[in-house]
Design a protein around this ligand. Structure first.
Ligand code: PLP
Length: 398
């Protein structure tokens, strides 16, 4: 296998198409899918050398596979990371990134506005194994500072947050984490690698659910962990993944590699459409509140301008009439589908309080700004005019 390399650092759109490509002796143009569990060795000595790490090559697809490696490399080059490891899902990436760096007696500080499974990991799972956690309002830097304890080892946040699209100052939180001797892990799903580069802002580790924009066509689950520092991967993460096995299937890695080729054009187009739709929804009389990073009225507009290249493919908005009005709008939509996924080519609408955040108490939801009237819209690749007509007709029906 030969790897396509370049002496120059290439721009994101180029890495998305070519980065990390390996070619077999057949010179195939499209990346090959290596659906194989294991690899044959020339002789027993070759197997020994590979196991000892003295010779390069793949051993077993639980922890090394050429197709998965191409996906990891393409993401690593795009993100400007030192090392990357793919996982079976976004949640496998979040869990592995934290569990592999923590032990009993350590403490984690996390922004409380988290994807609900991430909240489970921080609030319920880690404490069962002796890792204490403190949840803070991520937009309030003093709360991060005040939560630090002598044993704080990790900070965790998402920005923009799900579903209320709050934006957290990554560079400032990274400074507080580093002063405390802790690593900052950023879940960058909502921003996408196109609009925000947490490592460049000071984060130590970045995680993605590749299920979202990276696939972008609603087909497969996948995740990836990227690190600014190779030692975290070689000393902690690699062994954790190798021995516990939350591996990405080579088939899914191949789908995700092909998804990456169009990531930039999709995200750019989806964001342009979302910005137009946000302006339209914001002035509708039935809408009491609209949150869109990229609009001047976003609560953290200055932070958005500082750390994101553009807004978002997602919009959050609240209806006057609570749950009944929100359900009427969702049910009246014809093009936009009701679903809890996001980042898809198809536009999707979610009512967080009865779906993605249904597990939480009403009080906890309100603490994150998730009211009964809140809807989250993930903007797809349909014609912007058709989406505008669909949304306006549904809002009028509310
Ligand atoms: C979807 C999502 C996850 C979980 O990813 P899966 O691939 O569904 O496991 C984690 N964090 C955020 C912000 C997400 O949107």
């Amino acid at each position: 296998m030969t790897e396509e390399t370049s002496p120059r650092r290439r721009r994101p759109a180029t890495e998305l198409v070519h980065g990390g490509s390996l070619r077999s002796q057949f010179g195939e143009m499209s990346e090959a899918m290596f659906l194989t569990q294991g690899f044959a060795y020339e002789d027993a000595e070759a197997a020994e050398a590979r196991f000892k790490g003295e010779a390069p090559g793949f051993i077993y697809s639980r922890f090394s596979n050429p197709t998965v490696f191409m996906f990891e490399e393409r993401m690593r080059l795009l993100e400007g990371a030192a090392a990357a490891r793919a996982t079976a899902s976004g949640m496998a990436a979040v869990t592995a990134s934290l569990v592999s760096m923590l032990k009993a007696g350590d403490h984690v500080v996390a922004a409380k506005a988290l994807f609900s499974s991430c909240l489970y990991v921080v609030e319920e799972l880690l404490p069962r194994f002796g890792v204490a956690s403190t949840l803070v309002d991520g937009t309030d830097l003093d709360q991060w500072r005040d939560a630090v304890r002598p044993n704080t080892k990790a900070f965790f946040l998402e920005s923009p947050t799900n579903p209320t699209l709050e934006v957290i100052d990554i560079a400032e939180v990274a400074k507080i984490a580093h002063e405390a001797g802790a690593r900052l892990v950023v879940d960058n799903v909502f921003a996408t690698p196109i609009w925000q580069s947490p490592i460049a802002l000071g984060a130590d580790v970045v995680v993605y659910s590749a299920t979202k924009h990276i696939d972008g066509q609603g087909r497969v689950l996948g995740g990836i962990i990227l690190s600014a520092d190779e030692a975290y991967v070689t000393d902690h993460l690699h062994n954790f993944l190798r021995q516990t096995g939350p591996s990405l299937s080579p088939f899914n890695a191949w789908v995700l590699l092909k998804g990456l080729e169009t990531l930039e054009v999709r995200v750019r187009r989806q964001t342009e459409t979302a910005a137009k739709l946000a302006d339209l929804i914001a002035v509708h009389p039935k809408v009491s509140k609209l949150i869109y990073p990229g609009r001047a009225d976003h609560p953290q507009a200055a932070v958005v301008a500082k750390q994101m290249k553009a807004g978002s493919t997602l919009i959050a908005f609240e209806l006057e009439g609570g749950k009944d009005a929100a359900f009427r709008v969702a049910n009246a939509l014809e093009i936009v589908k009701i679903s809890n996924n996001l980042g898809d080519a198809k536009s999707l609408i979610t009512h967080p309080s009865t779906s993605t955040h249904q597990r939480l108490s009403e009080e906890a939801r309100l603490g994150f700004g998730i009211t009964q009237g809140l809807l989250r819209l993930s903007v797809g690749l349909e014609d912007p005019e058709d989406l505008a007509e669909d949304l306006l007709a549904a809002l009028d029906a509310a």
